[in-house]
Design a protein. Structure first.
Length: 129
């Protein structure tokens, strides 16, 4: 699906940040998109923002072991692993205007792990041995 609008987020990078070319290697801002975002009832005058070239789209990838975000486009499964953590998190962007939306999506005000690291299968197999 082609998502064009979402809520803002800002990337935090840890001292162990190793994105291997993931979006957190280049960007500091993201736009959180997806069906759950489209269904949000925004309050306080907040509005969905357009995805911008300097704030690429990320989508909610899982809630089970805690919420995670990943880039919208999947890596090529023939040559690359699925996304994994690379040492970056996303925090609420846009100030308190988006606080209700953030809590509704993630159940917390805290940071959400960004899974934006992908490796070639050859590198992954070498590191696993």
């Amino acid at each position: 699906m082609n998502y064009t609008h979402g809520i803002p987020g800002q990337i935090l990078k840890s001292q162990f940040h190793s994105p291997n070319g993931g979006i957190s290697a280049t960007y500091w801002d993201v736009t959180i998109v997806g069906p759950d975002v489209d269904a949000l009832k925004l309050t306080n005058g907040a509005a969905l923002r357009p995805v911008r070239p300097d704030a690429p789209a990320v989508i909610v990838a899982g809630i089970g072991y805690g919420p995670t975000l990943r880039p919208l486009a999947e890596p090529d499964s023939r040559t690359h692993t699925p996304y994994m953590p690379g040492g970056a998190w996303v925090v609420m962007g846009g100030g308190s205007l988006y606080e209700d939306a953030w809590i509704s999506l993630f159940g917390t005000r805290g940071p959400v792990q960004l899974h934006d690291r992908s490796e070639t299968w050859g590198l992954n197999n070498l590191l696993s041995d």
